[in-house]
Design a protein around this ligand. Structure first.
Ligand SMILES: [Fe+2]
Length: 271
């Protein structure tokens, strides 16, 4: 169907200033392998949902990513994570300049008549300017939208990340989200794991990183595995989504089927 929208979400690529290893992980190679897999699909859009840079917005990382994506076969969108620097991103990815307001990278796009919204949580919160903008964006918009934000907008029962690196203004964010039933699907990164959660009628999807995945049970930092992952989002009449990993050069797909009509509480996991 021509109005069917196919998006790949790739997150937490953490590219360094030079081609380096992290705990044995070939960081750039992981990202390149993921792109090679995604090139085989007929994507409408690639979303890089934050933490493009290793630690602190290294410009060499942004130049390398930009060069690497020059010939990628579909348009791409970049978002800012807590390890990014919006000013340097805007200088290097010149086409995002108009999407920067008050030093933050938040904006909306309409692709195939479907509305996508991108928030900037790189300061570890979503400041009030963005919340006001979000309300204004949707006040007269009655169709569903899909929202991307680097930080999950809730605690996720992921011990290490919840305790140290969760979003810091969850409550004020939900005061606005609760007024906006058009937002039914929220796609996140940051936690380096795969998870589906539900809150107040909205589904929240955590997407695994390309650099490594973090154990969700341990309170101290522990790598769960280093298979790069990404998420596919298919938006036709409904939104359907699944995660894929690259394991020993082969695709391993994790799929989720929503159980029950309009039921966002229960998910059946199957391979
Ligand atoms: Fe992050």
């Amino acid at each position: 169907m021509s109005d069917h929208l196919l998006i790949a979400q790739v997150t937490d690529i953490h590219i360094g200033a030079v081609d380096s290893l992290f705990k044995g992980v070939k960081i750039r190679e992981n990202f390149l392998k993921v792109l090679d897999e995604l090139k085989k699909k007929t994507l409408d859009l690639l979303v890089l949902s934050g933490d493009l840079a290793a630690l602190n917005g290294e410009p060499e990382a942004y130049f390398w990513i930009k060069e690497t994506l020059t010939h990628f076969p579909c348009p791409y969108i970049i978002m800012s994570g807590n390890h990014d620097h919006v000013g340097r991103m805007a200088r290097i990815f010149e086409n995002i300049e108009n999407d920067v307001s008050d030093g933050m990278l938040y904006f909306s796009r309409t692709v195939k008549e479907k509305r996508l919204i991108f928030l900037d949580s790189s300061s570890t919160k979503v400041p009030v300017q963005q919340l006001d903008w979000l309300k204004n964006q949707l006040v007269n918009y009655e169709q569903d939208v899909v929202l991307f934000i680097h930080h999950p907008p809730l605690l996720c029962d992921c011990q290490f990340m919840d305790e140290r690196y969760s979003l810091t203004n969850i409550e004020s964010l939900w005061k606005v989200f609760n007024q906006l039933p058009q937002i039914k699907h929220i796609f996140c990164g940051h936690y380096h794991t795969e998870k589906v959660l539900a809150k107040n009628g909205k589904s929240i999807y955590l997407t695994p990183a390309t650099i490594f995945q973090i154990d969700t049970v341990e309170t101290n930092f522990k790598i769960a595995h280093t298979n790069p992952g990404w998420r596919i989002i298919e938006w036709g009449e409904d939104v359907n989504t699944y995660v894929e990993y690259l394991v020993d050069g082969k695709i391993d797909r994790k799929n989720y089927k929503l159980l029950g009509k309009n039921n966002t509480q229960h998910f059946l996991k199957f391979n």
